[in-house]
Design a protein around this ligand. Structure first.
Ligand code: SF4
Ligand code: SF4
Length: 466
């Protein structure tokens, strides 16, 4: 994207086309009106300025498309209980963990059957073991894997598995099994001992920090020994007390973890006191720090320096993939379509974060999805986006943001907070700026990234601390 196109896109956020053309002509002496019009047409052709999915007239076909989609992924809540009580945990806040239940084998089996049936002709399916802490129900986890093996033989479907765990119970026996079966893995470690224990206290008051760290190190070692290409992701969360992303990443990479991610706990539009949420001011500081990080990474790339795994992944996800992927489907993520989350009683929710929020049960694994509830959710969500997003240039990419963040426990769908919209648009502007800078300053790396989306991931997998 050249300079004036980037500027033009920014101008279209607050000006009509005629004004935008005027300003461009004044600011860029060599650019003619025809050129600006041609660029506007090109952007339009790529889906910018279009609100196709916000149009009331086409709500129905769009809804149908959402409904017909075959799911690929099942999120099984093996345990609606946990041995930790993290300050920011949505399963604690939604009341999911308070149900204090483990999933029985009959429910787990029926959930897998449900996925196979609903997935239609899709061949590759994924089962994610979720909770609470899913390893509290390790026996059922093992039975699910065996059952999926049997189903593979009978139906030709291929299953992959994913485990989201707090790491406390990931002992040697379980780690060996998980590594052998090549699960994708996400382990939550918030940083150093004091930080982790403050944010993720245990229910019984014991300090599990060493256990978690040692378990995580052991399983990382096992994956390396097995030369597994599957990533073990270590995720940390930032809260008002601890929000120095670089310090957290440096610490965790220093422990030998190659795939570290840091998330911000954000406040929700319907809740002034979202537990563990960062303040707007803190979010602004974090944003400027990420901007600074981008500048440093660009300089590293320009000067041919090797990036750390975190920096590598950060830059490769920032390169403009998302802008090139075409229109979004009205709801950006896979809720109720690619993904179904199932609780211990067999209720289906749009995604893992909704589990425990009764107003968002969209069906059950025994009788299937309820069309009225599922379509009702999409409809409500799109109606809300219709009001709020119709004048926003970023709609093609955002489509209203994370549905869960806008869904209040009483069933009301809220608008995204204007400050969050601003932040999102700034991020997209950063994507565009980065795209432009990389073409100019490090065209070789840029074209490699364009050729292979997974390049960053490959480098992370091949990274060695030796
Ligand atoms: S940034 Fe805000 S206004 Fe724009 S599409 Fe997203 S939610 Fe809607
Ligand atoms: S983006 Fe939000 S609604 Fe969508 S899957 Fe993620 S948490 Fe759920």
């Amino acid at each position: 994207m050249n300079d004036f196109t980037y500027r033009l896109l920014g101008l279209c956020g607050g000006h009509c086309w005629a004004e935008a053309i005027d300003i461009i002509e004044r600011e860029y002496s060599g650019v003619s009106e025809e050129e600006v019009l041609a660029t506007l047409d090109l952007l339009k052709g790529r889906g910018f300025f279009s609100h196709r999915f916000l149009d009331r007239e086409i709500q129905h076909p769009n809804m149908d498309e959402l409904w017909q989609h075959k799911p690929r992924r099942l999120q099984l809540f093996l345990a609606q209980k946990c041995n930790l009580a993290c300050r920011y945990c949505y399963a604690e806040n939604s009341g999911s963990n308070a149900r204090n239940k483990l999933m029985g084998w009959d429910v787990a089996k029926s959930a897998v059957d449900y996925l196979v049936k609903r997935s239609g002709e899709r061949e590759n399916l994924r089962v994610t073991f979720f909770g609470g802490e899913p390893l509290l129900n390790y026996k059922v986890l093992r039975r699910v894997v065996v059952y999926c093996d049997e189903l593979s033989q009978r139906t030709g479907k291929k299953f992959s598995f994913e485990l989201i765990t707090n790491g406390t119970l990931l002992n040697k026996e379980i780690a060996d099994y998980v590594a052998e079966r090549n699960f994708s893995l996400l382990i939550s470690i918030d940083g150093w001992r004091e930080m982790h224990n403050f944010q993720r206290p245990s229910v019984d008051g014991r300090d599990y920090y060493d256990t978690i760290l040692n378990n995580a190190k052991y399983i990382v070692k096992r994956y390396r020994e097995l030369k597994s290409r599957t990533r073990i992701f270590i995720r940390a969360n930032m809260t008002p007390r601890y929000h120095d992303a670089r310090k957290i990443v440096d610490y965790l990479e220093g422990q030998g973890f190659n795939s570290v991610g840091v998330s911000s706990i954000v406040s929700l539009p319907y809740d002034d006191e979202t537990p563990g949420a960062l303040t707007r001011e803190q979010m602004d500081v974090i944003d400027s720090d990420y901007e600074q990080l981008l500048l440093e990474i660009l300089l590293d790339l320009e000067q041919g320096r090797r990036l750390s795994p975190y920096r590598n992944r950060y830059i490769s996800t920032m390169v403009m993939h998302k802008l090139k992927e075409g229109m979004t489907l009205g709801i950006t993520c896979g809720i109720g379509r690619n993904t179904n989350a199932v609780d211990c009683d067999g209720n289906i929710y749009p995604c893992h974060r909704y589990v425990g929020m009764d107003k968002y049960i969209i069906g059950d694994i025994f009788s299937g999805l309820s069309p009225s509830r599922t379509m009702g959710l999409y409809h409500e969500y799109n109606q809300c986006a219709l009001k709020e997003c119709s004048g926003c240039w970023a709609h093609r990419i955002c489509a209203g943001g994370c549905a869960w963040e806008r869904s209040a426990p009483d069933g009301a769908i809220y608008e995204r907070m204007p400050t969050d919209c601003e932040r999102f648009r700034r991020t997209i502007e950063k994507f565009m700026w980065l795209d432009k800078e990389m073409r100019k300053r490090c065209p070789g790396v840029y074209s490699d990234m364009q050729k292979s989306r997974g390049r960053g991931d490959e480098e992370i997998k091949n990274w060695s601390w030796d």
